[in-house]
Design a protein around this ligand. Structure first.
Ligand SMILES: Cc1ncc(COP(=O)(O)O)c(C=O)c1O
Length: 307
């Protein structure tokens, strides 16, 4: 699927795709201090578009910027409106939205604090991040040899550009080993998250997910927890090791890009009976129906627009 669009929003202007460039001395390009979001819009039954949890994503973008001492040059409302306008300008009633806050050029070095802060918002159509087959049958995953960021090494609550080097190294390694995704452990060996997803493990109906101490507080994670609680399940936020995954009946990942993706095999051990389990399927179904406007209680989380 191509990421080419007609226009990209850059600092308040719609810029044609081929002209949406940055200077090679842009500070973020060298050192990784920048923040971003990943948001999805879904086609609704009447043909309009609907962005899922737009405000929560923009809040997280502002939180990320604040934690990194990046002064946002636009208001919450301006960024919100820009996301909608970019989708409309590209005539997309469904797609992925990528706001990026980055530092411009002028000063080099790690102490530079005077570079202009820029914001760009790109949109493109994006199918199942871990593959359509993965969504239906589950993916194969492997624990990574790369340790997830330690609590005080970085700001895990923030979605920072540079954090993703760790994720990319783990994902490359997983692909080299024939897996679709990596499961990352923290510095104590406990399960942390995927390279761009949160993770849930279920055994004997008990649902566990790592607490938000050294992982990104996923917006899909929060939605999945709400779905499970509304279906009468208890979800426990607790630490656990990879052994808990090896004996789990169900394991699945959540993320804006990955949505709700079952895992059918971890480190060559079959998860449950090797196909998506009942709770995972229930969460996936409700999530995908909900983002498409078919679940009443999820409707307030959708911002609709017409293209
Ligand atoms: C490292 C990491 N963990 C978890 C997630 C899932 O977060 P969300 O559900 O808000 O997309 C993401 C995606 O943004 C991520 O990059």
């Amino acid at each position: 699927m191509s990421i080419r669009s007609d226009v990209i929003w850059m600092d308040g202007k719609m810029v044609p795709y081929d002209q949406a460039n940055v200077h090679v001395l842009s500070h973020t390009l060298h050192y990784g201090l920048g923040v971003f979001e990943g948001i999805r819009s879904y086609a609704q039954a009447d043909g309009s578009g609907g962005i899922f949890k737009l405000d929560q994503h923009i809040s997280r973008l502002f939180d990320s910027a604040k934690m990194c001492r990046i002064a946002m040059p636009y208001t919450f409302e301006q960024i919100r409106e820009a996301c909608l306008q970019t989708l409309k300008a590209n005539k997309l009633n469904a797609g992925y939205i990528r706001p990026l806050v980055y530092l411009g050029h002028g000063q080099m070095g790690l102490g530079a604090q005077k570079n202009q802060v820029h914001v760009a918002i790109a949109v493109w159509p994006w199918g199942a991040y871990l593959g359509e087959e993965g969504m239906n049958k589950g993916i194969r995953a492997g624990t990574s040899s790369f340790t997830r960021h330690a609590v005080n090494s970085n700001l895990q609550r923030a979605k920072v550009v540079g954090h993703y080097v760790n994720s990319i190294l783990a994902r490359y390694e997983a692909i080299d080993h024939g897996y679709e995704e990596a499961i990352m452990l923290d510095q104590n060996g406990y399960v942390a998250e995927g390279t761009g997803e949160n993770l849930f493990a279920i055994r004997y109906g008990k649902i566990k997910t790592p607490p938000i101490t050294n992982i990104l507080g996923g917006i899909t994670r929060e939605t999945a927890i709400e779905i499970m609680r509304r279906h009468g399940h208890e979800v426990i936020e607790t630490t656990f090791g990879r052994d808990a995954l090896y004996v789990a009946d169900e394991v699945f990942m959540t993320g804006t890009a990955a949505e709700v993706t079952p895992i059918r095999e971890i480190d060559h051990r079959t998860v449950g009976n090797g196909s998506p389990g009942a709770i995972c399927k229930q969460v996936q179904k409700t999530y995908l129906e909900g983002v498409a406007g078919k679940v009443d209680w999820m409707l307030p989380s959708i911002t609709t627009y017409t293209v």
